[in-house]
Structure formats: structure tokens, C-alpha cells
Ligand binder design. Structure first.
Ligand SMILES: [Zn+2]
Length: 478
């Protein structure tokens, strides 16, 4: 079932109730301008003074701009003050819903509206243009980011690695700041968030650029990334290229530019989106090979990897995880049926996998819980249990950019929350005699390929107490 149709059903399920409560560790694949609920942008940002809007003549795409006077450039659309338009509408709720619908990809019939990957990507790309007019206004910027971190924290996330284009922040008079300024404002917002949320590790940034730009621009961006990595070593953790991979430039096109850090002996870890395609034998799936040759730390999506045994072997040998984003992949039309996601093979074979949500607000998903639900119920075996979820959440921390004390601190935070989570669920189902649910035999290996930390944990027996509960709930809610 498409996520747009499944969501109301998922939201009523007991499995989802449990997954929402579960501490998720880290989210390692999400994009900066799609982390905060669209409703927050509408109810908060668009209610601020000096907010202008318009719909483009060509495609009717919504645009926003904050300006101290009426914008005079009406070449792509005719700007109007939001405040005036909202008042003139006569129905504020309907007006705000219209704004929401113009930003979100959610529709009643996604199959009718989005008939191809290119078509859904066009609408998807328009979301970012629309949101950016609001998000990168100086007065909104940090509030937006802090709100996003808060929403992830409330969804049980201890740490977030955010891919960010570091676009220019702008003021009412139209003046703009440079890339480092944007990074600094992210860092400030992150620092502001932490004291109020001592049980969170906040966020770090993976600097991204766009795989449609020319080589000289990418050269300049890579040099900026090297500089920012040096000047903000604890906050900027690496570099990546984004945009629709099938229609964008391959990594190989930017080979000279991407080799600059290693040739100059500079430290710039890569976290490449690679292989986000249904094709085989084209530059997109072959990006996987180049991502590995360029020493990528993780692979975003990695959808085409199962068609390349040597890529898979290399990823396993080098312990390079795939960032799996099930709802994103379904909405962006890589498959209709989530059970056919290639990640099912990766999980069954014990490849390292971390769960991401990519751009959850664009498809109306929670920060990460819905993606965990889809993995647990749709991608993994019906016989998988709490140990799979535990392994995935632990792996999200161990495959993050956190190292040393920070990694340990995050794992400790997660572990304390995990115990609270178990107690809460036992309470919810009124289970006092959990010992009798402990199975006496180990499951078959193809049911439970995870033989790493989760099964060696000293609290293993306690986790098993929930095994049957979760399976039973799972059976009765499907
Ligand atoms: Zn992505």
C-alpha cells in the first residue's frame, strides 16, 4: 500500500505505538530543509510580517519571499502579501490548508498524479524552492532548525546528522550571507537546543552540493568544504552531492574535484548518495563503484547495490552501511510495494543498514517512526522481532560520525532510554511474568541474521521478554 494510504492505518496500529516509544538512536539520512513539519512553517513562518507569496505563471508552484517592500520582480509570478491574501480569503483554515497542499506531495491518488519518477521529482524539487523562501529568511532560520531538532527528539531520536546545502541566509533588504555564516547559524541553533534537551546529542552537518553544477563550481564548493571542515571540525563532518541521481552528473564527472582533498592530504569524509536508481549498467548504479573508490563512509540509498555482487562484497568487507529510506523510495517511485525493497536482502544477509527518513515532512511522515514501522512490518521478515529493532537503533549510533567519548555518550543515552522503553511497554500490556515468553531456542539464522551486539548484550533476556508480545501485536494488527 502507498504510504499516503497506509499512514492513517499505521497511526492506529499498536506496533506503531510501540515504535514511537522506542529510542531510535541516530538518524543519519535527512535533509536540512525538510526536517520540520510543514504546518510549523505555515502556522509560524508565514504569519510573520513582510511575508510575500505567489504562484509561478508556468507551473503554479508556490513561492515565498520576505521583503521590507513589495518585491518588484514579477517576471516569474506576481507577488502578494500573505497577510492580505489570508485576510481576503475569508477562511483562514482553508487558506492555510491550501498552502499546505501546495507544499506537500501528499495527495489522495498518488498513482494518478505522479506517473513517473521524473514527474514526482519535479514536484519534489518544487517543495524545496517553496520552503527555502521561508526557511532561509534570517528571522526564521534558527527557529526552523531548533523546531526540527525538537520534533526529532520528541520522536525518540538522540542524534541527527543533517545534510545541508548551506544556502545563503537573507535579510529583509535582500542582502545575503556567505556559506560559513549559514553553517555558523546552524551551529548556534544546535548549541541553543542542547541545554533544554540534556538527553539529546543534537546534530551535526554533512555539507552537500548539487550534482547538476559545473565542474569549476564543484571545485570551489569542495575547497569551501575543506575549509569549513577545518574551521568547524566538530560540527561539519563530511561532504555529499544531492539531486535526482538518474538525471544528474555521475561522481565520475567530478572525479578531479572530488580527489582534491586526498591529493592535498586534507580530511573531508564523503557520505555519498549513490545508486538511487532502478536501472542497471548506467552511470547511476555505477556511482556505487565510484563512491566506494572515493572512500565513502556510508552510502545513501544504495538502491542498485544488490545488482552488483562485488559492490556488496566491498561494502561488507569494509563495513560500509547503506542508509535505507523506505518511504522516500516508495514516494519517489522506486517501487510500489515496500516488501520488494532491495533492503530486504541487505537485512536478511546481515549487511550493515541504518534507517533514514530523507525528507519526511514532504510526505507527511513522522521524523523517523514511520520509516522504522515500514522496515519492521514491510521490509524485514514477519518473524523478525525486537532484536532487529534494537540492532538497527544501536547500529545507527555506531555508524554515525560520532566517535570516542561522544559515541559512548550517545550509546549510554540510548541504553538508558531503552530500559525505560522496555518497562513502559511491559506496563502497557500488563506483563509481569515476562520470563515465560522467553524462547528456549535460538531462531534460524535467516530469520535473525544479527549475531552482533544485540544478542551479546547482558540485558538480552529482558529484550526477549518482549519478543512474543511484539510478534503477537504484529499478527493482530496486520
Ligand atoms: Zn537524501
Amino acid at each position: 500500500m502507498h504510504f499516503f494510504h497506509a499512514k492513517p492505518l499505521i497511526d492506529q496500529s499498536q506496533v506503531f505505538e510501540i515504535i514511537k516509544l522506542m529510542p531510535k538512536g541516530a538518524v543519519l539520512h535527512v535533509h536540512d530543509n525538510a526536517i520540520t513539519d510543514i504546518n510549523w512553517l505555515i502556522k509560524n513562518a508565514t504569519y510573520r510580517p513582510h511575508c510575500y507569496m505567489c504562484f509561478t505563471y508556468e507551473r503554479g508552484a508556490l513561492q515565498f519571499q520576505f521583503s521590507d517592500s513589495q518585491p518588484t520582480d514579477n517576471s516569474i509570478c506576481e507577488w502578494k502579501l500573505v497577510e492580505t491574501e489570508r485576510a481576503a480569503s475569508g477562511d483562514v483554515d482553508a487558506f492555510d490548508k491550501m498552502l499546505y497542499d501546495a507544499m506537500s506531495l501528499v495527495v489522495d491518488d498518488p498513482y494518478a498524479k505522479y506517473t513517473s519518477q521524473n514527474e514526482v521529482w519535479t514536484y519534489f524539487g518544487e517543495y524545496f524552492v517553496t520552503a527555502d523562501g521561508l526557511v532561509f529568511y534570517s528571522d526564521v532560520f534558527e527557529d526552523y532548525y531548533r523546531e526540527g531538532l525538537k520534533e526529532f527528539h520528541e520522536d525518540g531520536v538522540q542524534f541527527t546528522e543533517v545534510r545541508a546545502l548551506l544556502q545563503p541566509i537573507y535579510e529583509l533588504d535582500g542582502s545575503q550571507y556567505d556559506t560559513e555564516y549559514t553553517l555558523q547559524r546552524y551551529e548556534d541553533a544546535n548549541k541553543d537546543f542542547l541545554p533544554d534537551n540534556p538527553d539529546s546529542m543534537g546534530s551535526k552537518i554533512i555539507f552537500t552540493s548539487i550534482r547538476l553544477l559545473d565542474k569549476p563550481t564543484i571545485e570551489s564548493v569542495v575547497n569551501t568544504a575543506i575549509y569549513l571542515r577545518k574551521t568547524h571540525p566538530h560540527f561539519l563532518v563530511g561532504f555529499d552531492l544531492v539531486a535526482q541521481e538518474d538525471t544528474g552528473q555521475p561522481l565520475l564527472f567530478y572525479l578531479e574535484e572530488l580527489l582534491i582533498p586526498s591529493e592535498q592530504g586534507e580530511d573531508l569524509p564523503y557520505y555519498f548518495h549513490a545508486g538511487e536508481t532502478n536501472w542497471q549498467g548506467v552511470h547511476t548504479d555505477e556511482n556505487l563503484i565510484d563512491a566506494l573508490l572515493l572512500n565513502t563512509t556510508r552510502i545513501g540509498h544504495g538502491y542498485g547495490a544488490i545488482k552488483h555482487p562485488s559492490v556488496l562484497k566491498n561494502m561488507k568487507d569494509r563495513n560500509i552501511p547503506t542508509e535505507v529510506n523506505p518511504i522516500s523510495s516508495q514516494v519517489l517511485k522506486h517501487f510500489d510495494d515496500i516488501r520488494n525493497m532491495p533492503a530486504a536482502y541487505l537485512i536478511a544477509e546481515g549487511y550493515p543498514v541504518v534507517i533514514g527518513s530523507d525528507d519526511p515532512v514532504v510526505w507527511g511522515a513522522s521524523p523517523i517512526s514511520h520509516d522504522y514501522y515500514e522496515v519492521f512490518m514491510g521490509v524485514a521478515s514477519a518473524r523478525s522481532d525486537l532484536r532487529l529493532l534494537k540492532q538497527l537503533t544501536m547500529d545507527s549510533i555506531s555508524y554515525s560520525s560520532l566517535t570516542g567519548n561522544e559515541e559512548q555518550l550517545c550509546m549510554d543515552l540510548w541504553a538508558a532510554k531503552w530500559q525505560i522503553f522496555l518497562d513502559k511497554v511491559l506496563d502497557m500490556y500488563n506483563i509481569t511474568d515476562w520470563e515465560r515468553y522467553v524462547p528456549t531456542t535460538e531462531p534460524a539464522t535467516d530469520v535473525l541474521p544479527f549475531s552482533r551486539a544485540a544478542t551479546q548484550d547482558s540485558a538480552f533476556l529482558l529484550q526477549l521478554s518482549l519478543l512474543f508480545t511484539v510478534i503477537l501485536v504484529k499478527m493482530f494488527t496486520t
